[in-house]
Design a protein around this ligand. Structure first.
Ligand SMILES: [Zn+2]
Length: 322
């Protein structure tokens, strides 16, 4: 039986080769089965990419415009990015003042792509402008970057807000590909269950904390702090290029000394220089708190993702808040 099988396979392979040789140039060799076309979704930053992949599964082809390891706060779309967006069924971006949308949400850029702001139904936190207040107090301006945010954009660091984003993504995919509505619904529910588990872990670990403040590199953790009842003191502003004034730096140093802060958080994608200086001056140690704005190639190779890094962050938060 097996021999016979093998024989017939060999025979058909010979036929196939013949067919291909003959087919070349004469254009008669056509693939018989039409490939099922995946939905092309172009995303901006890693969290959007990851969440769309989770909901879309093998029905979607997801492109991430901001490359791994790039700090995405000052991202500007290139001509190539715009070509990608135009060729997509969906253009998914985070929103809440993260991307420069005024440059993107034009018919010329979008073509027929459906634009989806995944944070559209999330309750936004207003941006705080601590540095600016201080500038006004002292009646002069400094040369550092001015923050134009109305909102704090870092909603993806709150697992409950992400559940809302997952629903928005599910609705968008269903709108362009109704045939797979059940599939997207199933995937969204599965991922949202994992987010519930993550939230429960955070609640469990952070209910027993004694400290209420963490000192971070840039103010990325407002939504997370708000959800779990602590506060962040950012050395830099809502984006990492908003450098502190000497006055603000002095205030943070004073705060760390007064409260005997044991750990200062830094990030892997932006310069740790200021965090290092602060740690040195106050005798604190350095720990990583990842704002998950971008994953490095290395992190991706190691199979890290939003959920695993949120877990790592919790371990370090527990250390710092104990
Ligand atoms: Zn940020």
């Amino acid at each position: 039986m097996i021999k016979k099988w093998k024989k017939s396979i060999t025979a058909s392979m010979c036929l196939l080769v013949l067919f291909l040789v003959v087919g070349c140039g004469s254009n008669t060799a056509k693939t018989t089965e039409p490939e099922v076309k995946k939905i092309k979704v172009v995303t901006t930053m890693y969290p959007v990419y990851e969440f769309v992949k989770q909901v879309g599964g093998d029905k979607v082809d997801v492109v991430m415009l901001i490359p791994p390891g790039a700090e995405p706060h000052d991202w500007e779309p290139t001509a190539k990015d715009i070509i990608q967006i135009k060729s997509a069924k969906i253009f998914a971006y985070h929103g809440a003042d993260f991307e420069p949308v005024e440059k993107l949400l034009h018919k010329d850029v979008l073509g027929d792509a459906l634009a989806v702001e995944i944070s559209k139904d999330v309750k936004k936190l207003e941006a705080k402008h601590e540095e600016e207040d201080e500038e006004e107090e002292h009646g002069h301006t400094h040369g550092h970057a001015h923050e134009e945010h109305q909102f704090d954009p870092h909603a993806w660091l709150d697992p409950i807000a992400v559940q809302q984003e997952i629903k928005t993504i599910q609705q968008a995919l269903t709108a362009v590909d109704e045939r797979n509505a059940d599939y997207y619904k199933q995937n969204a529910e599965t991922y949202n269950k994992k987010l519930t588990e993550l939230d429960e872990q955070y609640k469990k670990v952070l209910t027993g904390i004694t400290r209420k403040e963490i000192v971070t590199s840039h103010r990325a953790f407002g939504y997370l702090a708000n959800r779990y009842g602590f506060e962040q003191l950012g050395i830099m502003g809502l984006s990492p290029d908003a450098e502190p004034t000497p006055d603000r730096m002095a205030k943070i140093t004073e705060f760390c000394r007064e409260h005997k802060v044991k750990y200062i958080f830094f990030e892997t994608l932006t310069s740790p220089k200021l965090a290092q200086t602060l740690a040195k001056e106050t005798g604190a140690e350095l720990l990583v708190l990842n704002p998950i704005e971008s994953l490095t190639e290395q992190e991706m190779k190691e199979g890290k993702n939003y959920l695993t890094i949120m877990g790592e962050n919790l371990v370090n938060l527990q250390k710092a808040l104990k």
